[in-house]
Design a protein around this ligand. Structure first.
Ligand code: NDP
Length: 445
């Protein structure tokens, strides 16, 4: 394989999809050497078959708002690769959603799911519908209209969606209800369900907790720990909230949280009580993070900015893609940050990653450190198949085992001659090899 040529070809065939190109470039650049050790892969044109999704559904979603007006949004499902299990990946509802973003997410998901050790292929879906500012009734009608079409393409052994940005327990519940109504079937077709109807304990916590378990494993390689460390967190949603919770449990000090309008910095640290306030503000009242400083006036709110220029020891980007650029990475390194673990998908730009790796600080890509969410989704699928529910302790122990196992694999495949662990390379090579072997065994399909 000539990675440059493959990428140029994809750019020519699928223009205007910069996030997809960025994700493919990052993977190809790190697996090229390993790939070329296997001439049989190239004979089967494995790389092109792995980069281009198996299929993509694209549909119009029409729904009625509270004023009686009919609104139209686009709906998508990208079924990227099912070599190792049914397609699996979240659904994103955000105004920025387009096909290129979902293709990048589905591509990344394929490698991430492979790393988890569980039998799950990769997919992703969503809509340019934004739940922000919508009433519950509007969100319900949208979810139902979206599921009216998506139902045809998913199933517990075909494709199992979950949540992502803008899709939490409320949205999953509405979509599950509509799927059940249309199919007259109660099945584990979505994960992230409510506990009363097949959801798994620890699923809401899993991505954030897993990110911090991975961070802890990275720090351990340096004989260090989370305790006492000041931590910059971006986002204030599902992943950010539970990353902050686990940081607190391990004795670290969350200093910041953010949303798409700005960030808050609390010089005294975000305590358990303050985090409870944020959880209520975001999850119950669906408020904005700037309201934090009204409740805790010693904290500051900065509008239109990201938290990366504050001084701390660790950074956990947990909001969205490309939220941490080269300039921000340089500031983090200059301020003495020792570790960056991604809770979000592809939050660091290629320039930022280069800065972290040249400075030889601990840096993990989302596909490794945020794999806890999909892992517990996989465990939810197992519980649904068994018609049993496991205890929180059982699920948490499995989550911890999976995150430590992913860390070990990254070290195995990513350790360089000077001992520095390139977690990007480690995650990509480990994730790729399993999918590649499965695809080779299954022939050209
Ligand atoms: P949520 O919708 O719960 O929260 C997203 C948070 O990020 C919100 O605070 C949101 O602010 C902020 N945000 C969204 N878009 C932007 C933007 N363009 N600029 C700045 N801030 C933004 O989503 P999740 O916490 O579930 O997801 C966060 C990230 O983690 C995503 O990258 C997702 O793909 C990834 N992820 C999530 C998993 C999960 O299990 N949920 C699993 C693995 C990865 P606002 O309210 O203003 O929109």
């Amino acid at each position: 394989m000539d990675a440059k040529k493959v990428l140029e070809d994809l750019k020519r065939r699928f223009p205007n999809e910069p996030e997809y190109h960025q994700a493919v470039e990052e993977v190809l650049g790190t697996i090229e050497e390993e790939y070329n050790k296997h001439p049989e892969f190239d004979k089967m044109n494995l790389i092109e078959r792995l980069c281009i999704p198996d299929r993509i559904y694209q549909f119009r979603v029409t729904w009625m708002d509270d004023k009686g007006n009919y609104q139209t949004n686009m709906g998508y499902r990208v079924q990227h690769n099912n070599a190792i299990g049914p397609y699996k990946g979240g659904i994103r509802f955000h105004s920025s959603v387009n096909l290129g973003i979902l293709k990048f997410l589905a591509f990344e998901q394929t490698f991430k799911n492979s790393l988890t050790t569980l039998p799950m292929g990769g997919g992703k879906g969503g809509s340019d519908f934004s739940p922000r500012g919508k009433s519950n009734a509007e969100v319900m009608r949208f979810c139902q209209a979206f599921m009216l079409e998506l139902t045809r393409h998913i199933g517990p052994d075909v494709d199992v969606p979950a949540g992502d940005i803008g899709v939490g327990g409320r949205e999953v519940g509405y979509m599950f209800g509509m799927y059940k109504k249309l199919t007259r079937e109660f099945s584990g077709v979505l994960t992230g369900k409510g506990l009363e109807f097949g959801g798994s304990l620890i699923r809401p916590e899993a991505t954030g907790y897993g990110t911090v378990y991975f961070l802890r494993a990275m720090l351990k390689t340096k004989g260090d720990e989370v305790k006492g460390k000041k931590v910059l967190i971006s986002g204030a949603g599902n992943v950010a909230q539970y990353a902050a919770e686990k940081v607190l449990q391990l004795g670290g000090i969350p200093m910041t949280m953010s949303d798409s309008d700005g960030y808050i910095y609390d010089p005294d640290g975000i305590t358990r009580e303050k985090l409870d306030y944020i959880m209520e503000l975001k999850n119950v009242y669906r408020g904005r993070i700037k309201e934090y400083v009204e409740k805790y006036p010693t904290a500051k709110y900065t509008a239109g900015a990201k938290p990366w220029f504050e001084k701390a020891d660790i950074a956990l980007p947990c909001a969205t893609q490309n939220e941490l650029n080269e300039e921000a990475a340089k500031a983090l390194v200059a301020n003495g940050v020792i570790a960056v673990a991604e809770g979000a998908n592809m939050p660091s730009t290629p320039g930022a990653i280069r800065v972290f790796q040249e400075a030889k600080i601990l840096y993990s890509p989302g596909k490794a450190s945020n794999a806890g969410g999909v892992s517990v989704s996989g465990l939810e699928m197992s519980q649904n198949s068994e018609r049993l529910s496991w205890t929180a302790e059982e699920v948490d122990a499995k989550l911890l085992w999976i995150m430590e196992n992913i860390h070990e694999n990254c070290v195995k495949y990513g350790t360089e001659a000077d001992g520095y662990v390139n977690y990007v390379k480690g995650a990509n090579v480990a994730g790729f090899m399993k999918v590649a072997k499965a695809m080779m065994a299954q022939g050209i399909v």
